[in-house]
Write a protein that binds this ligand. Structure first.
Ligand code: C2E
Ligand code: MG
Ligand code: MG
Ligand code: MG
Length: 281
């Protein structure tokens, strides 16, 4: 009896593991095809100056609708892309598409449209690709200056090979790009890197911002991040701002920028340009 039960469980377990592996494999196969067939798109979410409400930047976020018409979340396909190495072509595509979009917005505005675009770089991508030459090539191909681009890195990028990352970041700075530390506060706890690396902006993770007004601990963490950034001469962006109260409190606490559904959800490039024309005029 006992043995039968045990082997039954093992079977269930193996079936689940098999299903998971199969699911992952099919996402990988479809994602490979999506990259080849240019089925991915970028959506753009405004980042606003908290004091004036003006849009200063847009974060480019990858979107994928599979062949069955189902949207797949980046929280699902980015990890698959990282494990399979597809993050390298995906990241190259995202960089090129973002630079092309800035050039298109400038062309429509008949001048510098006044915002830059932020692109996410994953830790695995930083390990596997030659990031600085990749960024430089995308800028050149689209006739875009480095200062129009912000690169968002996460703390996990710094863990494996700090010297290599440091060199990459210096090279990106010499291209004129802005560097932001994404999801700050959720990752690696050794803060010594903050003083050594050329980081311009700390993005306070959404988990500290959501519900902050009713949570003393979260407010304490946000205040600590803001004063750390100020002491180190860095600007700050709060993620996940969904209410006016939050925006006002964060502005009063000295946070520079805000991003969240209060301002806009991520939208296609045309809609983002319309937002810009509407709100910054
Ligand atoms: P992230 O870089 O931290 O991006 C912010 C995420 O928060 C986005 O989710 C955005 O839609 C969401 N968000 C923004 N404002 C609010 C808000 O007010 N409330 C709530 N609840 N959510 C908000 P998204 O687009 O699903 O992307 C998830 C993550 O996937 C990103 O987190 C980023 O780490 C990754 N990702 C997306 N596109 C790319 C890409 O092109 N390359 C890489 N390497 N990673 C990407
Ligand atoms: Mg980001
Ligand atoms: Mg983030
Ligand atoms: Mg995040």
């Amino acid at each position: 009896m006992k043995r039968a039960k045990k082997s039954g469980r093992t079977e269930v377990y193996q079936t689940r593991a098999f299903d998971l592996a199969r699911q992952q494999f099919s996402i990988e196969t479809e994602l490979r095809r999506a990259i080849d067939n240019a089925e991915l798109t970028l959506h753009f979410q405004p980042i606003c100056d908290l004091a004036s409400g003006r849009i200063i930047s847009f974060e480019a976020l990858a979107r994928w609708t599979n062949e069955h018409g189902q949207p797949i979340s980046p929280n699902e396909f980015i990890p698959v892309a990282e494990e399979s190495g597809l993050i390298v072509p995906l990241g190259r595509w995202a960089m090129d598409c973002a630079a092309r979009t800035v050039a298109e917005w400038d062309a429509r505005a008949g001048a510098d449209c006044g915002v830059n675009v932020a692109i996410n770089l994953s830790a695995i991508q930083l390990q596997r690709d030659q990031i600085a030459p990749m960024v430089e090539a995308a800028l050149a191909a689209n006739g875009v200056e480095g200062r129009r681009i912000t690169l968002e890195l996460t703390e996990s990028a710094l863990v494996t090979d700090p010297d290599r990352i440091s060199q990459t970041m210096q090279a990106l700075k010499s291209l004129g790009t802005t560097l932001a530390m994404d999801d700050f506060g959720t990752g690696y706890s050794n803060l010594a890197y903050l003083q050594k690396l050329p980081i311009d902006i700390l993005k306070i993770d959404r988990s500290f911002v959501t519900g902050m007004l009713a949570d003393r601990d979260k407010i304490a963490i946000v205040r600590a991040i803001l004063s750390l950034a100020q002491a180190l001469g860095m600007r700050t962006t709060a993620e996940g701002i969904e209410s006016n109260d939050l925006a006002q409190t964060l502005a009063a606490l000295g946070c520079s920028y805000g991003q969240g559904f209060l301002y806009a959800r991520p939208v296609p490039a045309d809609a983002a340009y319309a937002l810009l024309a509407d709100r910054n005029s």
